[in-house]
Design a protein around this ligand. Structure first.
Ligand code: 4AD
Ligand code: MG
Length: 465
Protein backbone atom coordinates (compact mmCIF):
# COMPACT_ATOMS: atom_id res chain seq x y z
CA UNK A 1 0.00 0.00 0.00
CA UNK A 2 1.48 3.32 -0.97
CA UNK A 3 -0.51 6.18 0.37
CA UNK A 4 -0.33 9.62 -1.06
CA UNK A 5 -0.37 11.44 2.21
CA UNK A 6 0.61 14.64 3.90
CA UNK A 7 2.82 14.62 7.01
CA UNK A 8 1.12 16.27 9.96
CA UNK A 9 4.04 18.66 10.40
CA UNK A 10 3.30 19.94 6.92
CA UNK A 11 -0.46 20.02 7.34
CA UNK A 12 -0.14 22.07 10.54
CA UNK A 13 2.23 24.59 9.07
CA UNK A 14 0.48 24.89 5.75
CA UNK A 15 -1.38 27.95 4.74
CA UNK A 16 -3.61 25.62 2.75
CA UNK A 17 -6.93 26.08 4.49
CA UNK A 18 -9.50 24.60 2.16
CA UNK A 19 -7.16 22.02 0.64
CA UNK A 20 -8.03 18.34 0.46
CA UNK A 21 -5.56 15.96 1.99
CA UNK A 22 -4.95 12.51 3.37
CA UNK A 23 -3.13 11.96 6.66
CA UNK A 24 -2.24 8.81 8.54
CA UNK A 25 -1.24 8.33 12.15
CA UNK A 26 -1.91 6.88 15.56
CA UNK A 27 -4.75 8.08 17.73
CA UNK A 28 -3.60 9.85 20.87
CA UNK A 29 -7.05 10.73 22.26
CA UNK A 30 -10.65 10.82 21.20
CA UNK A 31 -13.60 12.59 22.72
CA UNK A 32 -17.17 12.86 21.67
CA UNK A 33 -19.05 16.11 21.66
CA UNK A 34 -22.77 16.66 21.92
CA UNK A 35 -23.49 17.91 18.43
CA UNK A 36 -22.84 14.57 16.73
CA UNK A 37 -19.09 14.96 16.40
CA UNK A 38 -15.96 13.20 17.57
CA UNK A 39 -12.64 14.96 18.01
CA UNK A 40 -9.77 12.61 17.24
CA UNK A 41 -6.20 13.72 17.94
CA UNK A 42 -3.70 11.92 15.76
CA UNK A 43 0.07 11.94 15.66
CA UNK A 44 2.28 10.55 12.90
CA UNK A 45 5.68 11.19 14.50
CA UNK A 46 6.56 14.02 12.14
CA UNK A 47 6.21 16.57 14.93
CA UNK A 48 5.16 16.93 18.54
CA UNK A 49 1.76 18.48 17.92
CA UNK A 50 -1.23 16.30 17.13
CA UNK A 51 -3.63 17.06 14.33
CA UNK A 52 -7.24 17.33 15.40
CA UNK A 53 -9.66 15.45 13.17
CA UNK A 54 -13.34 16.32 13.25
CA UNK A 55 -15.47 13.26 12.56
CA UNK A 56 -19.16 13.83 12.04
CA UNK A 57 -21.70 11.10 12.74
CA UNK A 58 -22.77 11.48 9.10
CA UNK A 59 -19.74 9.42 8.07
CA UNK A 60 -21.04 6.14 6.65
CA UNK A 61 -18.91 3.99 8.98
CA UNK A 62 -19.44 6.20 12.05
CA UNK A 63 -21.46 3.71 14.08
CA UNK A 64 -19.52 0.62 13.08
CA UNK A 65 -15.99 1.94 13.16
CA UNK A 66 -15.31 5.59 13.92
CA UNK A 67 -17.25 5.57 17.17
CA UNK A 68 -15.11 2.61 18.32
CA UNK A 69 -11.76 4.28 17.62
CA UNK A 70 -9.61 4.59 20.74
CA UNK A 71 -6.11 5.52 21.83
CA UNK A 72 -3.44 3.62 19.91
CA UNK A 73 -5.45 2.80 16.77
CA UNK A 74 -3.88 3.61 13.43
CA UNK A 75 -6.13 5.45 11.00
CA UNK A 76 -6.18 7.06 7.60
CA UNK A 77 -8.21 10.22 7.19
CA UNK A 78 -9.19 12.01 4.02
CA UNK A 79 -10.63 15.44 4.51
CA UNK A 80 -10.45 19.18 4.17
CA UNK A 81 -8.14 21.41 6.15
CA UNK A 82 -10.22 24.07 7.88
CA UNK A 83 -9.37 26.98 10.16
CA UNK A 84 -9.80 25.86 13.73
CA UNK A 85 -12.09 27.76 16.06
CA UNK A 86 -10.36 26.10 19.03
CA UNK A 87 -7.60 27.83 20.97
CA UNK A 88 -3.97 26.77 20.45
CA UNK A 89 -4.29 25.35 16.94
CA UNK A 90 -4.56 27.04 13.61
CA UNK A 91 -6.05 24.27 11.54
CA UNK A 92 -7.94 21.03 11.91
CA UNK A 93 -9.01 18.33 9.49
CA UNK A 94 -12.67 17.92 8.70
CA UNK A 95 -12.95 14.24 7.83
CA UNK A 96 -14.74 13.05 4.72
CA UNK A 97 -13.57 9.50 5.12
CA UNK A 98 -11.89 7.64 7.97
CA UNK A 99 -10.45 4.18 7.64
CA UNK A 100 -9.25 2.21 10.63
CA UNK A 101 -6.03 0.43 9.65
CA UNK A 102 -5.21 -1.14 13.01
CA UNK A 103 -7.16 -1.52 16.22
CA UNK A 104 -5.68 -1.33 19.73
CA UNK A 105 -7.46 -3.22 22.48
CA UNK A 106 -7.84 -0.77 25.37
CA UNK A 107 -7.78 -3.52 27.95
CA UNK A 108 -4.19 -4.34 27.08
CA UNK A 109 -2.76 -1.29 25.22
CA UNK A 110 -0.27 0.03 27.76
CA UNK A 111 -0.06 3.65 26.65
CA UNK A 112 -3.10 5.36 28.05
CA UNK A 113 -3.61 9.04 28.73
CA UNK A 114 -1.85 9.11 32.07
CA UNK A 115 1.82 9.93 32.35
CA UNK A 116 4.05 6.89 32.65
CA UNK A 117 7.40 6.78 34.41
CA UNK A 118 10.52 6.49 32.25
CA UNK A 119 11.36 3.27 34.12
CA UNK A 120 8.07 1.73 33.04
CA UNK A 121 8.48 2.97 29.48
CA UNK A 122 11.87 1.20 29.26
CA UNK A 123 9.98 -2.08 29.64
CA UNK A 124 7.93 -1.25 26.54
CA UNK A 125 10.70 -0.04 24.24
CA UNK A 126 8.55 -1.08 21.25
CA UNK A 127 5.84 1.44 22.15
CA UNK A 128 7.62 4.24 23.97
CA UNK A 129 8.49 6.18 20.78
CA UNK A 130 4.75 6.87 20.53
CA UNK A 131 4.94 9.13 23.57
CA UNK A 132 5.65 12.86 23.33
CA UNK A 133 8.98 12.56 25.13
CA UNK A 134 10.43 9.69 23.13
CA UNK A 135 9.18 11.07 19.83
CA UNK A 136 10.92 14.35 20.63
CA UNK A 137 14.12 12.57 21.70
CA UNK A 138 14.18 10.62 18.42
CA UNK A 139 13.73 13.77 16.34
CA UNK A 140 16.39 15.71 18.26
CA UNK A 141 18.78 12.73 18.01
CA UNK A 142 18.19 12.73 14.27
CA UNK A 143 18.83 16.47 14.00
CA UNK A 144 22.02 16.16 16.06
CA UNK A 145 23.32 13.51 13.63
CA UNK A 146 22.67 15.90 10.76
CA UNK A 147 24.37 18.74 12.67
CA UNK A 148 27.46 16.60 13.20
CA UNK A 149 27.78 15.63 9.56
CA UNK A 150 27.09 19.23 8.49
CA UNK A 151 29.84 20.58 10.76
CA UNK A 152 32.51 18.24 9.44
CA UNK A 153 31.40 18.15 5.82
CA UNK A 154 31.40 21.97 5.64
CA UNK A 155 35.02 21.90 6.80
CA UNK A 156 36.18 19.29 4.31
CA UNK A 157 36.45 16.33 6.71
CA UNK A 158 36.03 12.91 5.09
CA UNK A 159 33.62 10.48 6.75
CA UNK A 160 35.40 7.14 7.33
CA UNK A 161 33.71 3.87 8.23
CA UNK A 162 36.00 2.13 10.69
CA UNK A 163 35.52 -1.54 11.57
CA UNK A 164 33.30 -2.77 14.36
CA UNK A 165 35.22 -6.00 14.75
CA UNK A 166 38.84 -5.43 15.64
CA UNK A 167 41.92 -7.10 17.07
CA UNK A 168 43.10 -4.03 18.99
CA UNK A 169 42.14 -2.49 22.31
CA UNK A 170 42.35 1.23 21.61
CA UNK A 171 41.78 2.45 25.13
CA UNK A 172 43.95 -0.29 26.62
CA UNK A 173 41.40 -0.69 29.37
CA UNK A 174 40.53 -4.31 28.61
CA UNK A 175 36.80 -3.57 28.67
CA UNK A 176 36.11 -5.39 25.41
CA UNK A 177 33.47 -7.85 24.27
CA UNK A 178 35.01 -10.91 22.63
CA UNK A 179 33.81 -12.01 19.21
CA UNK A 180 33.96 -15.74 18.64
CA UNK A 181 32.21 -18.58 16.85
CA UNK A 182 33.56 -21.18 19.29
CA UNK A 183 31.07 -23.53 20.88
CA UNK A 184 31.46 -22.21 24.40
CA UNK A 185 30.83 -25.64 25.89
CA UNK A 186 33.69 -27.05 23.87
CA UNK A 187 36.40 -24.44 23.32
CA UNK A 188 39.59 -25.68 21.59
CA UNK A 189 42.47 -25.20 24.00
CA UNK A 190 46.22 -24.72 23.63
CA UNK A 191 48.24 -24.88 26.85
CA UNK A 192 44.98 -24.75 28.79
CA UNK A 193 43.86 -21.47 27.19
CA UNK A 194 41.37 -20.87 24.37
CA UNK A 195 43.21 -21.36 21.09
CA UNK A 196 42.05 -18.35 19.13
CA UNK A 197 44.20 -19.37 16.15
CA UNK A 198 41.42 -21.89 15.45
CA UNK A 199 38.65 -19.33 15.87
CA UNK A 200 36.81 -17.59 13.01
CA UNK A 201 39.31 -14.77 12.53
CA UNK A 202 42.40 -16.87 13.23
CA UNK A 203 43.21 -14.73 16.27
CA UNK A 204 41.54 -12.82 19.10
CA UNK A 205 38.73 -10.51 17.96
CA UNK A 206 36.64 -7.97 19.82
CA UNK A 207 33.90 -5.38 19.36
CA UNK A 208 35.64 -2.04 19.01
CA UNK A 209 35.79 0.44 21.91
CA UNK A 210 36.76 3.26 19.54
CA UNK A 211 37.44 3.90 15.86
CA UNK A 212 40.38 6.14 16.66
CA UNK A 213 43.34 3.96 15.66
CA UNK A 214 41.89 3.28 12.23
CA UNK A 215 40.82 6.93 11.90
CA UNK A 216 44.46 7.89 12.48
CA UNK A 217 45.42 5.80 9.46
CA UNK A 218 43.07 7.79 7.25
CA UNK A 219 43.96 11.15 8.81
CA UNK A 220 47.58 10.45 7.92
CA UNK A 221 46.53 10.07 4.29
CA UNK A 222 43.51 12.33 3.85
CA UNK A 223 44.20 15.06 6.39
CA UNK A 224 40.94 15.63 8.23
CA UNK A 225 38.58 12.72 8.78
CA UNK A 226 35.84 11.63 11.18
CA UNK A 227 34.04 8.48 12.18
CA UNK A 228 30.51 8.23 13.57
CA UNK A 229 29.49 4.75 14.60
CA UNK A 230 28.68 2.31 17.36
CA UNK A 231 31.26 1.43 20.00
CA UNK A 232 31.13 -1.12 22.79
CA UNK A 233 32.39 -1.26 26.35
CA UNK A 234 32.13 -4.27 28.60
CA UNK A 235 32.46 -2.29 31.83
CA UNK A 236 30.02 -3.07 34.55
CA UNK A 237 28.95 0.56 34.92
CA UNK A 238 25.38 0.98 36.04
CA UNK A 239 25.11 4.75 35.94
CA UNK A 240 22.78 7.20 34.19
CA UNK A 241 25.73 8.11 31.87
CA UNK A 242 27.03 4.70 30.74
CA UNK A 243 25.91 2.28 28.06
CA UNK A 244 27.55 -0.95 26.92
CA UNK A 245 26.76 0.04 23.32
CA UNK A 246 26.94 3.72 22.42
CA UNK A 247 27.67 5.86 19.39
CA UNK A 248 30.82 7.90 19.15
CA UNK A 249 31.87 10.73 16.85
CA UNK A 250 35.64 10.77 16.35
CA UNK A 251 37.34 13.45 14.27
CA UNK A 252 41.06 13.01 13.61
CA UNK A 253 43.20 15.79 12.17
CA UNK A 254 46.71 15.59 10.71
CA UNK A 255 49.02 18.59 11.18
CA UNK A 256 47.08 19.60 14.29
CA UNK A 257 48.28 20.00 17.88
CA UNK A 258 46.38 20.04 21.17
CA UNK A 259 45.43 23.73 20.88
CA UNK A 260 43.98 23.11 17.43
CA UNK A 261 42.14 20.10 18.79
CA UNK A 262 40.56 22.14 21.61
CA UNK A 263 39.56 24.84 19.16
CA UNK A 264 37.76 22.36 16.91
CA UNK A 265 36.04 20.59 19.82
CA UNK A 266 34.64 23.85 21.18
CA UNK A 267 33.53 25.13 17.76
CA UNK A 268 31.94 21.73 17.10
CA UNK A 269 29.86 21.70 20.28
CA UNK A 270 28.72 25.28 19.78
CA UNK A 271 27.74 24.54 16.22
CA UNK A 272 25.59 21.52 17.10
CA UNK A 273 23.86 23.43 19.93
CA UNK A 274 23.03 26.24 17.51
CA UNK A 275 21.77 23.78 14.90
CA UNK A 276 19.35 22.13 17.29
CA UNK A 277 18.06 25.43 18.64
CA UNK A 278 17.32 26.48 15.07
CA UNK A 279 15.96 23.21 13.70
CA UNK A 280 14.11 21.67 16.65
CA UNK A 281 12.22 24.61 18.11
CA UNK A 282 9.04 22.73 18.91
CA UNK A 283 10.75 19.73 20.51
CA UNK A 284 13.20 21.92 22.41
CA UNK A 285 10.22 23.92 23.68
CA UNK A 286 8.82 20.65 25.02
CA UNK A 287 12.07 19.74 26.83
CA UNK A 288 12.33 23.25 28.19
CA UNK A 289 8.82 23.04 29.58
CA UNK A 290 8.56 19.48 30.86
CA UNK A 291 12.03 17.95 31.23
CA UNK A 292 14.67 20.54 32.07
CA UNK A 293 13.38 24.09 32.60
CA UNK A 294 15.97 26.55 31.31
CA UNK A 295 17.69 24.16 28.88
CA UNK A 296 17.09 26.47 25.90
CA UNK A 297 18.67 29.39 27.69
CA UNK A 298 21.58 27.20 28.77
CA UNK A 299 22.26 26.09 25.21
CA UNK A 300 21.94 29.62 23.87
CA UNK A 301 24.45 30.79 26.44
CA UNK A 302 26.88 27.96 25.67
CA UNK A 303 26.69 28.66 21.96
CA UNK A 304 28.01 32.17 22.53
CA UNK A 305 30.16 31.84 25.68
CA UNK A 306 33.82 30.84 25.98
CA UNK A 307 34.64 27.52 27.60
CA UNK A 308 37.01 27.50 30.57
CA UNK A 309 40.44 26.06 29.74
CA UNK A 310 42.42 24.61 32.61
CA UNK A 311 45.18 22.06 33.23
CA UNK A 312 44.60 18.92 35.27
CA UNK A 313 47.19 20.15 37.77
CA UNK A 314 45.32 23.42 38.31
CA UNK A 315 42.02 21.57 38.57
CA UNK A 316 43.39 19.27 41.28
CA UNK A 317 44.58 22.29 43.21
CA UNK A 318 41.12 23.87 43.06
CA UNK A 319 39.35 20.62 43.95
CA UNK A 320 41.69 19.81 46.86
CA UNK A 321 40.47 22.92 48.62
CA UNK A 322 37.00 21.36 48.80
CA UNK A 323 38.15 17.74 49.17
CA UNK A 324 35.71 17.18 52.04
CA UNK A 325 32.69 17.55 49.78
CA UNK A 326 33.61 14.56 47.58
CA UNK A 327 33.06 10.85 47.87
CA UNK A 328 36.30 10.05 45.99
CA UNK A 329 39.71 11.40 47.05
CA UNK A 330 41.41 13.92 44.83
CA UNK A 331 45.22 13.95 44.70
CA UNK A 332 47.60 14.63 41.86
CA UNK A 333 47.71 11.38 39.90
CA UNK A 334 44.23 10.17 40.75
CA UNK A 335 41.48 9.98 38.17
CA UNK A 336 39.01 12.82 38.06
CA UNK A 337 35.58 11.42 38.87
CA UNK A 338 32.23 12.60 37.55
CA UNK A 339 31.53 14.40 40.84
CA UNK A 340 34.74 16.41 40.43
CA UNK A 341 33.98 17.18 36.79
CA UNK A 342 30.52 18.43 37.65
CA UNK A 343 31.84 20.47 40.59
CA UNK A 344 34.24 22.31 38.29
CA UNK A 345 31.53 23.06 35.71
CA UNK A 346 28.60 23.73 38.00
CA UNK A 347 30.12 25.26 41.15
CA UNK A 348 33.46 26.78 40.22
CA UNK A 349 33.16 28.04 36.65
CA UNK A 350 29.45 27.73 35.77
CA UNK A 351 30.35 26.82 32.21
CA UNK A 352 31.92 23.96 30.24
CA UNK A 353 35.52 23.23 31.12
CA UNK A 354 38.29 21.91 28.88
CA UNK A 355 40.76 20.03 31.07
CA UNK A 356 44.19 19.36 29.58
CA UNK A 357 47.53 17.77 30.38
CA UNK A 358 46.54 14.81 32.54
CA UNK A 359 49.09 12.54 34.25
CA UNK A 360 50.27 9.94 31.75
CA UNK A 361 49.63 7.15 34.27
CA UNK A 362 45.86 7.52 33.99
CA UNK A 363 45.65 7.94 30.21
CA UNK A 364 46.07 5.52 27.27
CA UNK A 365 49.37 4.76 25.54
CA UNK A 366 48.71 6.78 22.38
CA UNK A 367 48.65 10.26 23.98
CA UNK A 368 51.64 12.49 23.33
CA UNK A 369 53.95 12.80 26.30
CA UNK A 370 54.72 16.37 27.37
CA UNK A 371 58.28 17.63 27.95
CA UNK A 372 57.85 17.18 31.71
CA UNK A 373 57.69 13.42 31.10
CA UNK A 374 54.81 13.12 33.61
CA UNK A 375 51.82 14.48 31.74
CA UNK A 376 50.26 13.90 28.34
CA UNK A 377 48.58 16.20 25.84
CA UNK A 378 45.09 15.01 26.74
CA UNK A 379 41.92 17.03 26.76
CA UNK A 380 38.52 16.25 28.20
CA UNK A 381 35.57 18.54 27.66
CA UNK A 382 33.31 18.62 30.69
CA UNK A 383 29.79 20.01 30.79
CA UNK A 384 27.38 20.72 33.64
CA UNK A 385 25.10 17.84 34.71
CA UNK A 386 26.95 15.21 32.60
CA UNK A 387 30.65 15.68 33.30
CA UNK A 388 32.90 14.30 30.53
CA UNK A 389 31.26 14.58 27.11
CA UNK A 390 34.44 14.58 24.98
CA UNK A 391 37.77 12.82 25.51
CA UNK A 392 40.71 13.38 23.19
CA UNK A 393 44.38 14.21 22.79
CA UNK A 394 47.29 15.02 20.60
CA UNK A 395 48.74 11.65 19.56
CA UNK A 396 52.27 10.45 20.20
CA UNK A 397 53.94 10.92 16.83
CA UNK A 398 57.48 9.89 17.81
CA UNK A 399 58.21 6.24 16.99
CA UNK A 400 60.54 5.51 19.91
CA UNK A 401 58.47 7.27 22.56
CA UNK A 402 55.36 5.43 21.37
CA UNK A 403 57.14 2.10 21.44
CA UNK A 404 58.32 2.78 24.99
CA UNK A 405 54.80 3.79 26.06
CA UNK A 406 53.41 0.55 24.65
CA UNK A 407 55.92 -1.52 26.58
CA UNK A 408 55.28 0.49 29.76
CA UNK A 409 51.53 -0.03 29.52
CA UNK A 410 51.68 -3.70 28.57
CA UNK A 411 50.56 -3.29 24.97
CA UNK A 412 52.04 -5.75 22.49
CA UNK A 413 53.82 -3.75 19.73
CA UNK A 414 53.50 -6.74 17.38
CA UNK A 415 49.72 -6.33 17.33
CA UNK A 416 50.06 -2.61 16.59
CA UNK A 417 52.88 -2.82 14.04
CA UNK A 418 50.81 -0.88 11.49
CA UNK A 419 50.04 1.84 14.04
CA UNK A 420 53.75 2.16 14.80
CA UNK A 421 54.63 2.31 11.11
CA UNK A 422 52.57 5.48 10.75
CA UNK A 423 55.29 7.03 12.94
CA UNK A 424 57.99 5.69 10.66
CA UNK A 425 56.69 6.96 7.34
CA UNK A 426 55.80 10.63 7.16
CA UNK A 427 54.85 11.10 10.79
CA UNK A 428 53.32 14.43 11.78
CA UNK A 429 51.68 16.02 14.80
CA UNK A 430 48.06 14.95 14.77
CA UNK A 431 45.13 15.07 17.14
CA UNK A 432 41.56 14.00 17.60
CA UNK A 433 38.78 13.42 20.05
CA UNK A 434 35.71 11.31 20.74
CA UNK A 435 32.29 12.68 21.55
CA UNK A 436 29.86 10.34 23.29
CA UNK A 437 26.80 10.84 21.10
CA UNK A 438 24.24 9.76 23.73
CA UNK A 439 25.81 12.07 26.29
CA UNK A 440 25.35 14.87 23.78
CA UNK A 441 21.69 13.95 23.24
CA UNK A 442 21.27 13.78 27.02
CA UNK A 443 22.84 17.16 27.51
CA UNK A 444 20.82 18.86 24.78
CA UNK A 445 17.44 17.41 25.78
CA UNK A 446 17.97 17.52 29.54
CA UNK A 447 16.99 13.84 29.82
CA UNK A 448 18.31 12.47 33.11
CA UNK A 449 19.11 8.91 32.05
CA UNK A 450 21.20 7.84 29.07
CA UNK A 451 18.93 4.78 28.65
CA UNK A 452 16.21 7.17 27.50
CA UNK A 453 18.10 8.81 24.64
CA UNK A 454 18.96 5.68 22.62
CA UNK A 455 16.18 3.57 21.09
CA UNK A 456 17.23 0.23 22.57
CA UNK A 457 19.69 0.68 25.45
CA UNK A 458 22.27 -2.05 26.09
CA UNK A 459 23.38 -2.12 29.70
CA UNK A 460 24.70 -4.80 32.03
CA UNK A 461 21.99 -7.46 32.25
CA UNK A 462 19.97 -6.10 29.35
CA UNK A 463 20.47 -6.76 25.64
CA UNK A 464 17.29 -8.48 24.58
CA UNK A 465 15.00 -5.52 24.12
O1 4AD B 1 37.20 9.16 26.64
P1 4AD B 1 36.98 7.99 25.72
O2 4AD B 1 37.17 6.64 26.28
O3 4AD B 1 37.94 8.26 24.48
C1 4AD B 1 38.17 7.44 23.43
O4 4AD B 1 37.63 6.37 23.23
C2 4AD B 1 39.14 7.99 22.45
N1 4AD B 1 39.66 6.91 21.63
C3 4AD B 1 38.47 9.05 21.62
C4 4AD B 1 39.38 9.71 20.62
O5 4AD B 1 40.30 10.41 21.00
N2 4AD B 1 39.13 9.50 19.34
O6 4AD B 1 35.50 8.08 25.12
C5 4AD B 1 35.08 9.24 24.41
C6 4AD B 1 33.70 9.67 24.87
C7 4AD B 1 33.63 10.04 26.35
O7 4AD B 1 34.04 11.37 26.54
C8 4AD B 1 32.15 9.86 26.64
O8 4AD B 1 31.40 10.98 26.20
C9 4AD B 1 31.78 8.69 25.74
O9 4AD B 1 32.77 8.60 24.75
N3 4AD B 1 31.72 7.42 26.50
C10 4AD B 1 30.58 6.80 26.81
N4 4AD B 1 29.30 7.10 26.57
C11 4AD B 1 28.36 6.25 27.00
N5 4AD B 1 28.63 5.10 27.66
C12 4AD B 1 29.92 4.74 27.92
N6 4AD B 1 30.18 3.59 28.54
C13 4AD B 1 30.96 5.61 27.49
N7 4AD B 1 32.31 5.57 27.56
C14 4AD B 1 32.75 6.68 26.95
MG1 MG C 1 37.60 9.55 28.58
Amino acid sequence: MTLKKTKIVKALSSEGVGSELTVTGWVRTKRESKGGFSFIEINDGSCLTNLQVIASDHLTNYQDEVSKIQTGCSIKVEGTLVASPAKGQRVELKAEQIEVLGWADQDVYPLQKKRHSFEFLRTIAHLRPRTNTFGAVARVRNALSMAIHAFFQERGFVYIHTPIITGSDCEGAGAMFKVTTFDLANVPLADGRPDSSRDFFGGPAYLTVSGQLEAEVYALSLGDVYTFGPTFRAENSNTPRHLAEFWMVEPEMAFCDLDGNVEIAVAFLKSVFTYVLEHCQEDMGFFNRFIDPGIIETLEKLASQDFQKLTYTDAVEILSKDAGTFEFPIDWGSDIQAEHERYLCEKIFQKPVVLTDYPKKIKPFYMKVNEDGRTVRAMDVLVPRIGEIIGGSQREDDYHTLLERMKETGIDPRVYWWYLELRKFGTTPHSGFGLGFERLVQFVTGMANIRDVIPFPRTPGNASF
